[in-house]
Design a protein around this ligand. Structure first.
Ligand SMILES: Cc1ncc(COP(=O)(O)O)c(C=O)c1O
Length: 379
């Protein structure tokens, strides 16, 4: 028997349960990426790359930011991001995932409570696991339950700081956090608020500055803006008050013990942010396409209640979800099925993402095909 028999068995068990993940080539019309503004392959970023290379921006950082890896391009990006997002400071990390590891492991301290929405992203969970604060969840988007949980924890004798954590736009549900209400709870209880803007940056808030932009500059608010979604590049920007950013620089292992992100990437993100600030057309086109997708989903498939560019179509059963996704793929629509553990058991779904890599006509074709396929693939 091979020395890898346990791993092979584990994979076979996943396959038997319809849960095996596989890498797939990128084909078909894009209904799966997070490149909401179509920037990833754009002439704008191609030109920005060529300009950056022409002014000798380095491709590799060569080391950790705290050693030789700190580049002028990182610092320029951070200054511009802080100004754009309306915060005192910003810190650029290699991705949203390591940024959430940094936030959740290094900011809440022993004796604190992290109170997070039940649907928060895997990277926040992993950060909490690395951190020393207690973690509790509240039911999705239930502000009253969150406030009750703070009171309950205080009544049990909790004396540390409370950190409320939510996603501005939920990555698999596409619904919006009640950020103003959560910020009010944070104010009432002298709590901190962490807002993961990964799927909101570029689309929500004035000029795409984030759903929580109105409160982002407060001392008790920490935000994450990812560079790999609407901004079309890669990386994670944490925006917060200076002492919190300095804590990350001093304590966050995913920042300290990692090679700094490519300075070229930083230059590209500067171009994306500058485009957001100065060119409303791209964002307006994305918002118009999103509205058209909501209408097509309603008119052609009877699907309602979408709040963002992420349209979850919950089918429930894992295998049926994958069968419907495959049928759409075979007709040229790159729609992916999402199964547990990424989403709760019994809620497997198609995650339809609306980006500027497609068009109004293709969106209509997709929902026409979806109506036919869901009828044909048995429940
Ligand atoms: C809500 C949320 N936060 C953080 C991340 C991680 O960001 P990145 O892809 O930049 O590592 C993701 C990525 O899927 C996400 O959806």
């Amino acid at each position: 028997m091979s020395g890898l028999a346990r791993q092979v068995r584990a994979l076979e068990a996943l396959e038997a349960r319809g849960r095996l993940r596989r890498l797939m080539p990128r084909t078909g019309a894009d209904f799966a990426s997070n490149d909401y503004l179509g920037l990833a392959g754009s002439d704008l970023l191609r030109q920005a790359a060529s300009d950056a290379l022409a002014r000798s921006v380095a491709v590799g950082a060569g080391g950790s930011r705290l050693l030789r890896g700190n580049d002028a391009e990182h610092e320029a990006l951070e200054a511009e991001a802080a100004a754009f997002f309306g915060t005192e400071r910003a810190l650029y990390l290699g991705g949203g995932f390591p940024a959430n590891l940094a936030i959740f492991s290094a900011l809440p301290q022993h004796g604190d409570l992290v109170l997070h929405d039940a649907l928060i992203h895997a990277s926040a969970h992993d950060g909490m696991r690395l951190g020393r604060a207690e973690a509790r969840s509240f039911p999705h988007n239930d502000v009253t339950a969150a406030e009750d949980a703070i009171r309950g924890w205080r009544n049990e004798g909790g004396t540390g700081q409370v950190w409320i954590a939510a996603e501005a736009v939920y990555s698999m549900d596409g619904d919006l956090a009640p950020v103003a209400d959560l910020a009010a709870v944070a104010e009432r209880h002298e709590a901190m608020l962490i807002v993961d803007e990964a799927h909101a940056t570029g689309l929500f808030g004035p000029e795409g500055r984030g759903l929580a932009h109105a409160v982002a500059g407060r001392e008790n608010v920490v935000s994450l803006h990812t560079g790999g979604k609407a901004l079309g590049v890669h990386g994670g920007l944490v925006t917060a008050a200076a002492p919190l950013v300095d804590m990350l620089v001093n304590k966050a292992r995913s920042f300290i013990y990692a090679t700094a992100p490519s300075p070229l990437n930083a230059a590209l993100l500067r171009a994306s942010l500058s485009d957001l600030a100065t060119n409303p057309a791209r964002r307006e086109a994305a918002l118009a396409l999103r509205a058209q997708a909501h209408e097509a989903a309603r008119a052609l498939c009877g699907l309602h209640g979408f709040e963002s560019q992420i349209l979850p179509v919950i089918l429930g059963d894992d295998r049926r979800t994958m069968a419907v996704a495959e049928a759409l793929q075979s007709r040229g629509f790159d729609v992916r099925g999402i199964r547990p553990p990424t989403v709760p058991r019994g809620t497997s779904r198609l995650r339809i993402s609306i980006t500027l890599n497609t068009s109004a006509e293709v969106v209509t074709d997709l929902f026409t095909a979806l109506a036919e396929i869901t009828e044909a693939v048995p429940a």
